[in-house]
Design a protein around this ligand. Structure first.
Ligand SMILES: *[C@@H]1O[C@H](CO)[C@@H](O)[C@H](O)[C@H]1NC(C)=O
Ligand SMILES: *[C@@H]1O[C@H](CO)[C@@H](O)[C@H](O)[C@H]1NC(C)=O
Ligand SMILES: *[C@@H]1O[C@H](CO)[C@@H](O)[C@H](O)[C@H]1NC(C)=O
Ligand SMILES: *[C@@H]1O[C@H](CO)[C@@H](O)[C@H](O)[C@H]1NC(C)=O
Ligand SMILES: *[C@@H]1O[C@H](CO)[C@@H](O)[C@H](O)[C@H]1NC(C)=O
Length: 213
């Protein structure tokens, strides 16, 4: 009897805290092809700080939803899939290799969604011919930038820019601006789709039950 009263009480508390969270943090939408922006993401111009988690702030610019990475800059958020925990991004400069070269995800909640493989970027004064994948957006009339699966010897006319782990499934035949820029995220000690207050109650529940019984 006491236990069932307790459960009813607990259940209504869970419901009311969830309802409170949902009324103060309704999912936001912005711009064309809008998708829901909800926990752990937050549209920082429209939603209070507690609606999102650290590192998940989004903002609006030029009719697009954007995310900022200190190591690279701003990327356009194309879509968010909460079920598969996938964030699809686009580089506004249309140079996904520049993103791969610079983006450092180590202090962010994100990781690449696709499997990674080490590739070496070379900056060459002479063309290596059509058998090697050139990166047009990083190349110029006097220099050719290539990306080659590591390890590979440095060709004579080239100097190594960097070796980085990039999404393995990358193919230059696919859209240069979007493919490979899928990130996934981690929420340690929290449920992915839950809200702060909601998961707080779920964590609390077993302790309380233990005390009551
Ligand atoms: C906004 O979009 C325009 C046209 O697409 C572009 O030229 C401009 O640089 C963009 N501004 C910002 C701040 O991204
Ligand atoms: C944003 O969208 C509105 C309405 O579709 C359009 O009139 C405006 O030019 C767009 N602005 C930019 C910077 O793309
Ligand atoms: C990424 O950033 C971390 C932390 O600032 C740093 O330790 C690491 O060396 C960086 N990685 C690369 C590849 O630059
Ligand atoms: C890339 O190379 C570094 C250094 O050799 C290694 O630690 C890392 O595990 C490699 N990453 C992948 C995805 O192979
Ligand atoms: C490649 O080298 C050229 C000439 O030295 C330089 O202007 C360019 O910035 C370099 N590109 C990269 C991506 O390092």
């Amino acid at each position: 009897m006491d236990t069932s009263v307790f459960f009813i009480l607990l259940f209504s508390l869970v419901l009311s805290s969830t309802a409170a969270f949902e009324s103060s943090c309704p999912p936001a939408k912005f711009g064309h092809g809008a998708f829901d922006i909800r926990f752990p993401f937050r549209l920082k111009t429209h939603q209070p700080q507690n609606c999102g988690d650290r590192g998940f702030d989004l903002f609006c610019r030029n009719n697009s939803t954007m995310i900022h990475f200190p190591s690279y800059g701003d990327l356009v958020v194309k879509s968010i899939s909460y079920d598969t925990r996938k964030l699809n991004l686009l580089d506004p400069k249309n140079c996904v290799h520049e993103v791969f070269l610079n983006l450092n995800l180590s202090l962010t909640p994100f990781d690449y969604y696709h499997v990674l493989k080490n590739y070496t970027y070379f900056n060459c004064s002479a063309s290596l011919g059509p058998s090697v994948t050139q990166v047009p957006c990083l190349s110029g009339p006097q220099h050719h930038v290539y990306t080659v699966e590591s390890p590979v010897p440095v060709p004579d006319s080239c100097r190594t820019i960097k070796t980085v782990a990039i999404p393995f499934a990358y193919s230059s035949y696919l859209s240069d601006s979007s493919f490979g820029l899928g990130l996934t995220w981690d929420l340690p000690e929290r449920q992915d789709s839950g809200s702060q207050s909601k998961t707080g109650w779920f964590h609390l529940a077993p302790k309380e039950v233990h005390i009551m019984v």
